[in-house]
Design a protein around this ligand. Structure first.
Ligand code: IVH
Length: 626
């Protein structure tokens, strides 16, 4: 018999969900958080705790689904209520004028009101809401049927899991509706992903679109959750039909329903205004947080849309103006090597400077030796490069082999400190393992302070550069010994912000063990592995003493990761660092251990009367932990 949840628990769960929904919206949709990550995590952990204790209270729209569930066997297919069509393309302004002429002719109107909006470069998804709750997420597939990727899309934080009843009423929308839009990765998230992939010696993604698309179409939703995806909504349907008289009203309703929809769409009185919008955004798109590859133009009046109808492939009432790809050919004059935070060597192509979309490009990352081999690249070759947004350009292919081409070899010694480079046969990465290599210092401090690590706000690269260059900080533990006078003396550091920074550093001492483990930057230990390790070991010391066999007991930790952890803690300099951190007062709060025992499985517990030392909830937690 399952213990019925007391009303107080139900109330707490509902309040937590309401709060989390609001803060998620502030953070992921508005980009304007009101609370710290730590405060958010505390609420989420409390909700998880309560839901574990009362599984009967778990609902499909609870925010705990954001972390992803168990992997699935395969995808089922779903037929779209209305086909998900593609769009015809226009590659020039003249082609746009031609399309406008056809629209005017087809509708018998002299002038047409258009909506111009960003063409998001991602993967299109249909979200089906039933009774106000997100019931299904489906890929476009062949347009008529797509794959059911519901658990995956539920991990995307800018997708609301339910619609507010009052808002539905206000915008006059029934509780069953469909939202279409694009799953994307911001430029920042994409760069962070590739940095992490480089660090762990994993696959490097060529562009944000591919990595977003790949992350949606995986069977394990926890992979989708880790990829930090976004969703931009642009189409709203009820029973396969547009609900409003104008497309602009759909966009406004989507916003009110708390979807992330671009603010940058524009009502254009005719095609010339559309062209001005395209020109304007070609110049400005560099600065956007995400990638756009063009502009989508739609007839605003839904009545005219219906009159114009569809061809077999695309609507006649919409078209896509595509920006030219930012590609150029140039010569690779040299290949040099950079040493990253974890000591990974990254080959970089030194290019004959070339203008790509208005920017002079003279460097391009080659990621690793495998990539150089895949490209068949040698020094002296002519290559095709592509620049997408502010992302560092990458080499697409070799277009002409150089006359006196020279193969590139990884150096045997670190270009920064001269120590021997390590390379494990069969692995991608070449590494400098000298813990004291100066190349790693700044990067490891930045990683330690990062938002997903110790979250020390205000400790950015400009400050770290000065702290290291002035000799104030040699390792991350030195951060905790900084004095106000030292920090206030740094460039661009007002007294108030010096104080703020020291407060942030102080507050970071109380971070979770998972954050601290991740912050150490152990090779192959990403955020998720750090979390799993923290659930298994109750302190850093316990983790440091863990043998490979014990480490491998932790879910998802295989021999490679276990060996890397053992290697990290066998390095005396690293053990010193941990002692120094502890001495500085860095005492992470231990996570709760995963329930392992079956002793109490299937039993019900009822606490009656008054409890002397703890609340009923705490007593319940104790039982769960056994
Ligand atoms: S509307 C029937 N609006 O581009 C109209 N599509 O190349 C359907 N896309 O399949 C699409 N941004 O995946 C629309 N603002 C936007 C868009 C957009 C990107 C995608 C969409 C479409 C593809 C066509």
């Amino acid at each position: 018999m399952a213990k019925a949840a007391p009303a107080s628990v139900k109330k707490e769960i509902e309040e937590l969900r309401e709060k989390l929904r609001y803060h998620e919206y502030r953070y992921y949709v508005l980009d304007d958080p009101e609370i710290s990550d730590a405060a958010y995590d505390r609420m989420m952990n409390r909700l998880k705790e309560l839901e574990t204790a009362h599984p009967e209270l778990v609902t499909p729209d609870s925010l705990t689904v954001r972390v992803g569930g168990a992997p699935r066997e395969g995808f089922s297919t779903v037929r779209h209520a209305r086909p998900m069509l593609s769009l015809d393309n226009a590659f020039s302004f003249d082609a746009l004028r031609e399309w406008d002429r056809r629209v005017r002719e087809g509708s018998g109107q002299e002038k047409i009101e258009y909506i111009a909006e960003h063409k998001f470069d991602g993967l299109s998804i249909s979200l089906q809401f039933e009774d106000g709750v997100l019931a299904r997420g489906v890929t476009r597939g062949d347009g008529a049927t797509g794959e059911d990727v519901t658990p995956n899309v539920k991990t995307i934080r800018s997708i609301p899991l339910r619609a507010d009843t009052a808002v539905l009423k206000k915008v006059k929308l029934p509780a069953d509706f469909e939202v279409r839009g694009e799953v994307m990765m911001t430029k920042k998230a994409f760069e962070a992903l590739n940095r992490e992939q480089e660090r762990i010696g994993g696959k490097i993604f060529v562009n944000a679109r591919n990595s977003a698309a790949g992350a949606v179409r995986v069977l394990d939703p926890s992979i989708t959750a880790a990829r930090r995806l976004d969703f931009f909504a642009y189409y709203l349907l009820v029973d396969g039909k547009v609900r409003f008289a104008k497309h602009s009203e759909s966009l406004q309703a989507l916003k009110q329903l708390r979807f992330r929809a671009s603010d940058d769409w524009k009502l254009c009185a005719g095609i010339e205004a559309v062209i001005a919008y395209c020109e304007d955004w070609d110049a400005k798109r560099e600065k956007l947080a995400y990638e756009i590859d063009g502009v989508v133009i739609k007839v605003n009046s839904v009545a005219i849309q219906n009159e114009l109808g569809y061809t077999a492939k695309a609507p006649r009432w919409a078209t896509a103006f595509k920006y030219p790809a930012r590609q150029e050919t140039t010569v690779v004059n040299d290949i040099i090597v950079q040493v990253g935070r974890t000591g990974t060597l990254t080959p970089v192509a030194v290019l004959e400077p070339v203008q790509v979309g208005g920017v002079t490009v003279s460097r391009s990352t080659l990621h690793n030796m495998d990539e150089i081999e895949r490209l068949g690249l040698q020094i002296g070759d002519t290559v095709l490069i592509e620049r997408a947004g502010e992302v560092i350009p990458h080499v697409l292919k070799v277009v002409k082999e150089g006359k006196n081409r020279k193969p590139f070899r990884m150096p045997r010694h670190c270009p920064e400190c001269g120590s021997t480079i390590h390379h494990v046969e069969g692995e991608v990465a070449y590494r400098c393992v000298n813990a004291a290599c100066p190349a790693k210092r700044k990067e490891s401090i930045l990683h330690f302070a990062g938002r997903h690590a110790m979250n020390i706000d205000g400790l950015g690269d400009k400050i770290v550069d000065q702290l290291v260059d002035k000799g104030l900080v040699k390792d991350v533990a030195d951060l905790y010994a900084l004095k106000e006078s030292e920090v206030a003396g740094l460039e661009r550091m007002a007294e108030k912000s010096a104080q703020n920074l020291l407060e942030e550093i102080e507050a970071s001492k109380k971070n979770s063990l998972a954050r601290l483990i991740y912050a150490l930057g152990i090779q192959f230990v990403g955020e998720r592995t750090a979390q799993l390790l923290a659930e298994h070991f109750s302190s850093l010391e316990e983790l440091a003493a863990g043998k490979e066999e014990e480490l491998e007991e932790v879910p998802e930790v295989g021999p490679k990761v276990a060996a890397s952890i053992v290697e990290f803690f066998s390095e005396p300099a690293n053990c010193q660092l941990i002692k120094k951190l502890r001495k500085a007062g860095v005492h992470p709060t231990a996570e709760k251990r995963v329930v392992k025992s079956q002793k109490l499985a299937g039993k019900s517990f009822v606490f009656t009367g008054s409890l002397a030392n703890r609340s009923r909830e705490e007593a319940g937690e104790l039982v769960i932990r056994i």
